[in-house]
Design a protein around this ligand. Structure first.
Ligand code: SF4
Ligand code: SF4
Length: 506
């Protein structure tokens, strides 16, 4: 296997990003443990980008682990499977991981403790399956991007084919502080991840795998290199530890030097990015026939008594995971679903683990470190930190002045809302909150504009229809009148002819 290393010049030229304290230990140093089963699992129908899954079970029904309980809801969607055997007790609103603490429809499943699987279709050599079969089984297994993006994986595979990608990029960077689920997964299941990557490679028609792993995970790099050794098409590349290295565009730029367009997809530059957890799920689905019913989650933060990585059934409430980690030693100042930089703040500990949940954090007051913001000192640190070369201070100033259009003109759309600028800001200006607010506001304005455009279109179409119908009516009326007049004229002429005939005979 030829070794690929990042050229020193590329490392030097790419100086974006920040270096937050990693806080990865002690969880990163401990084996993954099974979280067991809580009393109740709540499975939201929207655990992925796209249309919600459609419920196909009824309240009172007994289901088995792996049984389909909600089918694909549209072209971009993913099905949902029971994470254990038990009874469906409700199909109702439940709290979900959402920035605005919204609720959503969820299937409530009470486990029966038997954990009985449906019959599974295993495949000794899944690599011999056709591209189509691989893609179909990934779709049937309900696999979505496990790094947090939650984009349906089968849709991404078909994208790869359509766009003729040449490189599959395996994202093992895990740059968010605290999180170590991917690190542990690579250390403990490297073989399965590499096999999963080879299956994705076959399904997309790409020719090589570049797996980028940050240099703060030496054991994972070693394990992945050993597992990849027999496969010359798979390259394990050590990349610098820096936040947000795990963003697709940053990873592509670091590994290949290629700049992916901000408004395009990675596939547009011949690259497809999948998380290592996704590759693992693909392997399990194809080798053992297992639909996605669980994932590895980092449970950590200064308020957690015994942080660790747990194998967790989807739908498990966060409170249960904290209990499994020895409980909370102090009341948390902030609870987060995901990482501390880009994760979602959680108000209710009943919030369930979903397919994209990589971490469940309970941060102590000292870790949150909220301070009053002061005036910008124009130090330029935020500009240096921004991975996409934006001017965060300028964008924030325009948003502050409610000039959202101007903020868009100078790059708001390209902002990843990664939080690197706010993290580095000595004045503690909540820059990313400005950008999240502005993006939300612009999205709702765009939705409103679309609604108004639709109403306008419908109104115009209705007016045009009324006008057309009136015109058609008038034309029919005119035609009938002309026909009537023609008939009357003909009758008058015939009458006159008959009268003339009579006169001649007389
Ligand atoms: S880092 Fe903060 S203080 Fe420095 S220029 Fe940016 S916004 Fe201003
Ligand atoms: S939040 Fe946006 S502006 Fe700030 S560093 Fe990240 S990409 Fe740049």
């Amino acid at each position: 296997m030829p070794t690929i290393v990042i050229p020193p010049l590329r490392r030097l030229l790419q100086r974006w990003g920040v270096h937050p304290d990693s806080h990865k230990y002690p969880a990163a140093g401990l084996d993954i443990e099974d979280a067991g089963l809580p009393d109740m699992l709540r499975l939201p129908l929207s655990q992925h980008v796209g249309a919600p899954a459609k419920v196909i079970v009824e309240v009172g029904e007994r289901v088995l682990r792996g049984q389909l309980i909600a089918s694909t809801g549209g072209k971009i969607s993913a099905p949902l499977h029971a994470p254990t055997s038990g009874t469906i007790v409700a199909i109702d609103e439940a709290v979900v991981p959402h920035p605005a603490a919204l609720t959503d429809v969820a299937i409530h499943l009470r486990p029966d403790g038997l954990d009985e699987w449906i019959p599974l279709k295993s495949e000794l050599y899944p690599i011999n399956l056709s591209e189509r079969e691989i893609s179909d089984r990934v779709e049937d297994a309900g696999i979505v991007g496990m790094g947090g993006a939650s984009f349906p994986s089968a849709v991404k595979l078909s994208l790869g084919h359509r766009s003729k990608v040449t490189t599959l990029m395996l994202n093992g960077s895990e740059c968010e502080p605290y999180l170590s689920c991917d690190d542990r997964l690579m250390q403990e299941n490297a073989h399965a991840i590499i096999e999963g990557a080879r299956l994705i490679l076959k399904a997309t028609g790409a020719t090589r795998v570049l797996a980028g792993i940050e240099d703060n995970k030496p054991e994972a790099i070693l394990a992945m290199k050993l597992a990849a050794k027999p496969f010359p098409e798979v390259h394990i590349v050590k990349i610098p530890s820096r936040y947000p290295m795990g963003a697709d565009r940053q990873l592509i730029k670091m590994l290949t030097g290629i700049e992916a367009p901000a408004d395009g997809r990675a596939a547009d530059v011949g690259v497809l990015v999948h998380n290592v957890g996704t590759a693992y799920a693909v392997y399990r689905a194809l080798r053992y026939g297992e639909p996605l019913t669980e994932r590895v989650v980092t449970v950590a933060g200064g308020a957690v008594s015994a942080p660790r990585n747990l194998r967790v059934r989807l739908g498990t409430p966060m409170a249960y995971l904290f209990e499994r980690c020895g409980g909370l030693r102090v009341p948390p100042a902030r609870v987060v679903s995901g990482g501390p930089m880009m994760g979602i703040g959680v108000q209710n500990l009943d919030t369930p683990v979903v397919k994209g949940t990589s971490g469940v954090l309970a941060l102590a007051a000292a870790e949150v470190g909220e301070r009053e913001a002061s005036a910008c000192i124009r130090c330029g640190s935020c500009v240096e930190a921004c991975p996409v070369g934006l001017l965060p201070l300028e964008m924030a100033a325009r948003i502050h002045a409610n000039a959202l259009g101007e903020a868009e003109e100078i790059g708001l759309d390209d902002c990843l809302t990664c939080g690197a600028c706010g993290f580095i800001c000595p004045s503690r200006i909540p820059l990313v909150q400005y950008f999240q607010h502005a993006k939300g506001e612009l999205a709702s304005r765009s939705r409103e504009q679309k609604r108004l455009d639709t109403i306008k279109e419908l109104t115009e179409a209705k007016a045009a229809r009324i006008e057309r119908e009136a015109r058609e009516k008038a034309e029919i009326h005119a035609r009938r009148k002309a026909e009537r007049e023609r008939a009357q004229a003909a009758e008058a002429a015939a009458k006159a002819a008959r009268a003339a005939e009579k006169e001649t005979e007389a």
